[in-house]
Design a binder for this molecule. Structure first.
Ligand code: SAH
Length: 265
């Protein structure tokens, strides 16, 4: 009998942001094919007998080609295994989850998709930046900064982005300067505040504040993975940063939390 493929979002990094459904399915998986941005704590949820396969994927550079990932999904599912395709953030926000689902659909492989907290939303929250705020921001957009997309003149409509209050760019570290230039050309104020959040929701989280003008002229040092947020809401960070001030109670251990869930009847 054909197995089933679960395309699962792992959230942005903090293992406690995994959904209960994602956790349950991971725990039942025979094979887990995971991306680079999935943390070790999360991989520790799989049962000891499960096969863990690393698919790579680094801002467009893959250690396994999309074609070989698809083939793996197909062959393990056809052997009757429960296969998890584990992706950072939400599986249908970039990262080609939709394409993998299309592939499975075309081959008649049963699949399910488990949403995850996307870094586009979760990471700004851990930096104290609300994407919307009454009277300040009533819209947000999530946009790829991938260099390849960027080169196609038509790929990103910067003109229409000037009408959106908050714009979140993913995969945008290397193109940050060009993005800032284009946003200014499209009419956004040069003094508009921006934030880069590196390795958001993890202990290594680092936030760099700047302005569009500065990014367009002397861009600050930023290392991927980072979320690039543009908009007035960035100013809330000063008052709302909470992650850096959190209190370690000793109660927040992921594995203790999981132990608790598992013990419930
Ligand atoms: N499906 C993912 C996005 C895949 S694209 C999601 O929904 O989050 C990969 C990009 O996500 C990275 O280039 C970076 O911009 C962003 N990203 C993912 N995890 C991140 C993290 N912990 N901190 C900062 N950015 C992150």
């Amino acid at each position: 009998m054909t197995g089933r493929v679960y395309i699962v979002g792992a959230g942005p990094g903090d293992p406690e942001l995994l959904t209960i459904k994602a956790f349950r399915i991971l725990h039942s998986a025979d094979v887990v094919i995971y991306d680079r941005l999935v943390g070790k704590d999360i991989l520790a949820c799989v049962k000891p007998s499960a096969l863990l396969l690393y698919a790579g994927k680094e801002d467009g550079h893959h250690s396994l080609s999309q074609n070989s990932i698809n083939k793996l999904l197909l062959s393990y599912a056809r052997k009757g295994y429960t296969v998890v395709r584990l992706k950072g953030g939400d599986p249908f926000v970039f990262g080609r989850g939709g394409e993998e689902a299309m592939f499975l659909a075309s081959r008649g492989i049963p699949f399910e998709v488990v949403p995850g907290i996307t870094s586009a939303v979760g990471v700004p929250i851990y930096a104290g930046i609300p994407l919307t705020y009454r009277g300040v921001s009533s819209s947000f957009a999530v946009v790829t900064g991938r260099e390849a997309e960027f080169k196609k003149e038509s790929a990103i409509d910067f003109g229409s982005l000037s009408g959106i209050d908050t714009v979140v760019f993913l995969m945008a570290v290397s193109s940050r300067r060009k993005i800032a230039e284009r946003l200014i050309q499209a009419g956004r104020p040069p003094g508009e505040p921006v934030a880069f959040i590196e390795e958001g929701t993890t202990d290594a989280q680092r936030v760099v504040l700047s302005t569009l003008e500065e990014v367009a002229t002397t861009p600050p040092e930023v290392r991927p993975p980072a979320v690039f947020v543009v908009g007035k809401v960035v100013m809330f960070r000063e008052r709302l940063k909470w992650f850096e001030k959190r209190v370690h109670t000793g109660q927040e251990s992921f594995h203790e939390g999981i132990g608790y869930i598992m013990e419930q009847p």
